[in-house]
Design a protein around this ligand. Structure first.
Ligand code: PEP
Length: 248
């Protein structure tokens, strides 16, 4: 089955509101491609200006984080209804930086996935192993465990709409990309796991991205692999290179 390609930028903690609008304008013509879902996942303060700047284009807006309650005494947090009203459609959940720096565990990540779906947001669920797990050759078990935990109680119909990003931690922001074969191995493993946990129809529909130093030079080869349906891109999403990845 043909899955629609999805190329998402993860801007991380970069771009003030005025810089964000300038980047949208710079990328506007470069990211045109009707065959691809293009998403900018941006810092919370940039969501409103970016939503305005991409109006009428093929770009969808995503957020990088949210909390599982709708409102209340959660200082510093932002909720799904707030994101929805601001025009957000996609939400990154379980990024390794949130897991490692901010201590998010699979229990919270699972709650976030369920809350996102209940709120009409599409999760981009990240998973990936450290260099130590890769070297110890235990990365496959690790990825399976992460996905199994993170999807506990999530329905097949929801998983069909889900985006999973395989992001080996050793390749994020390091300039070291997984080879296309390494990336394909794990993306294929994730699809097989979804078939085991749900069924083949669900596995055929779920979209799986690779992320980790994807750039204009390596995107075409990575995206040519049968189980890689797109990319989650950090550093290169802040540059005109992002347009080349969208059109790779
Ligand atoms: C990321 O943080 O999601 C990522 C893939 O970063 P980079 O492309 O910079 O490695």
């Amino acid at each position: 089955m043909a899955r629609r390609r999805i190329i998402a930028g993860n801007w991380k903690m970069n771009k003030t509101p005025s810089e964000a609008v300038a980047l949208c304008n710079e990328l506007k013509d470069l990211v045109k491609n009707d065959a691809v879902d293009v998403v900018y996942c941006v810092p919370a303060i940039d969501i409103c200006p970016v939503a305005e700047a991409v109006k009428g284009t093929n770009v969808h807006v995503g957020a990088e984080n949210f909390y599982i309650e709708d409102k209340g005494a959660f200082t510093g947090e932002i909720s799904a209804p707030m994101l929805k009203e601001a025009g957000v459609e996609y939400i990154i959940i379980g990024h390794s930086e949130r897991r490692d720096i901010f201590g998010e565990n699979d229990v919270l990540i699972n709650q976030k996935v369920k809350k996102a779906f209940a709120s009409g947001l599409t999760p981009i669920l990240c998973c990936g192993e450290s260099l130590a797990l890769r070297k110890a050759d235990t990365y496959k078990e690790w990825i399976k465990r992460q996905i199994t935990w993170d999807l506990d109680g999530v329905t097949a119909d929801q998983v069909k709409k889900l985006v999973i990003a395989y992001e080996p931690i050793w390749a994020i922001g390091t300039g070291e990309t997984a080879t296309a074969d390494q990336a394909e191995e794990v993306c294929g493993l994730i699809r097989n796991l979804i078939a085991e946990l749900y069924d083949q129809a669900t596995a055929d529909e779920v979209r799986i991205q690779y992320g980790g130093s994807m750039n204009a030079g390596n995107a075409a080869e990575l995206l040519s692999k049968p189980n890689i349906d797109g990319g989650l891109i950090g550093g290169a999403s802040l540059k005109p290179d992002f347009g080349k990845i969208v059109n790779a």
